[in-house]
Write a protein that binds this ligand. Structure first.
Ligand SMILES: *Cc1c(COP(=O)(O)O)cnc(C)c1O
Length: 329
């Protein structure tokens, strides 16, 4: 099983009018530093504050009327749940979102406000997944996982199509990487259009499940840790069907960032670009600032989300969060 350009083009037709086409702008300060153009894909301006709406709306649109009537269930680090809740509300269907205690309060509140049922289970995405499995088995809800599903990957891939239309001569695309739905979809789109363009995944050092799995040659489990890039937490699933193989064949490299480097990305986004991004959305900028990206032409960094707790954001831009990982009190 894989997702190809044709599936991503079909997804784009299916979700037209349901998601925003987000702007892609030049960053003067990052271009000056890099010596080549650096573009920022402002996907954190997407409805619901993250790209996850692309996959969620594509997956729900692909359900039959009978499946819709049963409702949907998913585990989430927050943004997938919010995207599903948003789409489920528009469609008038039931949504149950299962999350671990690591998910920040601001993300829970947003999901509850959209009318979805929230279940908090355990300390990891894996714990939350067990509740998802139970609800699917006992109540017949349709599972729509956050990344390892062809309709989700195809939906996220529509972001890659936009990038290649907005910056056709892109040498490298920097993609925040967790379970790999975004990276797999974007890489399939980008390489389907422009074979030579590099796609580089970026994760945090604290709990980089896809990187550990790629190194091991098979999906492996890593301990889930608190990180400023909370949307990048969680495993890839030991029974991963789709995104592991796609990331293995399509990604040119994976770069890891320290908490300080992620914080620097959030700060730069705010002070230089006047953009509020969450940790996961700042890793492309963080990697560029850290000198970890070697590219010979225009680079596009995807700013994937903005759903950060604003008290934490204030601490970061004031320099009060450094190497210690902490939550806003
Ligand atoms: C989910 C998410 C990611 C990672 O996406 P995957 O498909 O799990 O790799 C990156 N950034 C943000 C803001 C997210 O919500």
């Amino acid at each position: 099983m894989t997702v190809e350009l044709q599936h991503i083009r079909a997804a784009r037709e299916r979700i037209a009018g349901k998601v925003e086409r987000t702007p892609c702008v030049v960053s003067q300060s990052l271009s000056d530093r890099a010596g080549h153009p650096v573009h920022l894909k402002l996907e954190h301006h997407q409805t619901t504050g993250a790209f996850k709406l692309r996959g969620a709306s594509n997956a729900i649109a692909a359900l039959s009327a009978e499946e819709k009537s049963r409702g949907v269930v998913a585990a989430s680090t927050g943004n997938h749940g919010r995207a599903l809740a948003h789409t489920a509300k528009l469609e008038g269907i039931r949504a149950v979102i299962c999350m671990s205690r690591l998910v920040p309060e601001n993300k829970l509140d947003a999901i509850r406000r959209l009318g979805a049922e929230v279940r908090i289970i355990g300390n990891s995405q894996d714990d939350a997944q067990q509740e998802v499995d139970r609800l699917a088995a006992e109540e017949g809800l349709i599972m729509l996982p956050p990344f390892d599903h062809p309709d989700i990957v195809a939906g996220q891939g529509t972001l890659g199509l936009e990038v290649m239309e907005q910056v056709p001569d892109t040498a490298a695309v920097l993609v925040p990487l967790s379970g790999g739905g975004l990276a797999a979809g974007v890489a399939a789109a980008v390489k389907g259009v422009s074979r030579g363009t590099k796609v580089i995944g970026i994760s945090m050092t604290r709990g980089a499940a896809m990187k550990a799995s790629l190194d091991a040659g098979r999906p492996v489990q890593v301990e889930e840790l608190l990180t400023l890039a909370d949307s990048l937490g969680g495993g890839i699933g030991l029974d991963n069907r789709l995104t592991f193989a796609m990331c293995r064949s399509l990604l040119d490299d994976v770069v890891l960032l320290s908490e300080d480097e992620i914080a620097a990305g959030i700060r730069h986004a705010y002070e230089q670009e006047r953009e509020i991004v969450e940790g996961a959305g700042a890793v492309g900028i963080g990697a560029l600032l850290a000198g970890k990206i070697k590219a010979k032409g225009p680079v596009v960094a995807i700013l994937s989300g903005r759903n950060i707790d604003m008290a934490l954001h204030r601490k970061i831009v004031c320099g009060e969060v450094s190497s210690r990982t902490e939550r806003a009190a």
